[in-house]
Design a binder for this molecule. Structure first.
Ligand SMILES: *Cc1c(COP(=O)(O)O)cnc(C)c1O
Length: 281
């Protein structure tokens, strides 16, 4: 039977419930991480939980957990559910309290919940690439926090679905920011461009891995903003995240990107990413 983690206890999925006045449910007052599992191992788990602790700090949520404490929790859950390839979702809310915008005083215990999913890597899409559409970035100005408030992201993804695309690439005015749940890269004349790390984007762990691979391979990796026009004229476009890895975009707003095929730099990054998985799981 599938187990779910509720505040340090592994509970049968059918019995797993949270309170109606949990602040995550009422306000989206919380944070989360999504971690890939390859061969039973939580991938780049240290980086994920360092980011979770950072998100907690940025929203003033106090947590009595270390990175290793969190890793221990998800390892137990992965083992209990026998996940070989899949992922772990973990969220932390500011706790259960009567509805009031201000933080509860005295503070209440954070609610930590987690569940697993089992699925294979998206091999077919990685080989063929996906369609993306562009849409205005309507989110708040702290996109560096992996917050439970995902309405802007949800609406962007639904826009993609409506136009038969797998991802929506967002832009603030002319500046491309990131996907609904991924980071975005435009490759031109052998150089990889991606939005710099600041409050407009989420600092992806997959992005950090891609940066490392590019540097190892001697491919120039420029953390600079670029425009929608630049994106449309790129030789290659790709998006990255924990679940979609190094995903080529071969069609943008219905038009071919470059020659419409997965490009050589994207393929080289994918090859590097496969090697990274093998040596880090
Ligand atoms: C989680 C997320 C990403 C990707 O981050 P990874 O750590 O690579 O999974 C990118 N953008 C947004 C908005 C996200 O929520």
């Amino acid at each position: 039977m599938t187990k779910v983690l509720i505040n340090e206890r592994l509970i049968e999925e059918k019995d797993a419930n949270v309170a109606y006045n949990d602040r995550g449910y009422v306000f989206g007052d919380g944070i989360y991480e999504y971690i890939r599992v390859y061969d039973n191992h939580p991938f780049t788990a240290n980086a994920h939980f360092e980011r979770l602790l950072r998100s907690a700090k940025e929203i003033g949520l106090e947590l009595n957990y270390t990175v290793n404490g969190f890793i221990e929790l998800v390892r137990e859950l992965i083992a209990a559910n026998g996940v070989v390839n899949g992922g772990v979702y973990i969220q932390v809310t500011r706790g259960t309290a009567p509805r009031d915008h201000a933080f509860p005083t005295p503070s209440v215990k954070a609610n930590i919940t987690a569940f697993t999913k089992t699925y294979d890597r998206p091999y077919k899409l990685l080989e063929e690439g996906i369609n993306a559409v562009t849409t205005e970035d309507i989110r708040w100005l702290r996109c560096d926090i992996k917050s439970l408030n995902l309405l802007g992201n949800v609406l962007a993804k639904e826009y993609a679905v409506k136009y038969n695309a797998q991802e929506a690439i967002q832009h603030r005015g002319e500046t491309v920011t990131e996907g609904s749940s991924s980071n975005v890269y435009a490759i031109k004349d052998g150089v990889i461009y991606t939005h710099p790390i600041n409050n407009y984007i989420l600092n992806g762990i997959t992005r950090m891995v891609i940066k490392e691979i590019a540097q190892e391979k001697g491919v120039s990796f420029k953390e600079e903003t670029f425009t929608l026009d630049f994106l449309k004229n790129a030789d290659e476009v790709l998006v990255s995240s924990t679940s979609i890895e190094v995903m080529p975009v071969v069609k943008l707003n219905g038009e071919a990107v470059g020659d419409g095929k997965v490009g050589p730099i994207t393929k080289s990054l994918q090859e590097g990413f496969n090697r990274y998985i093998d040596t880090h799981s």
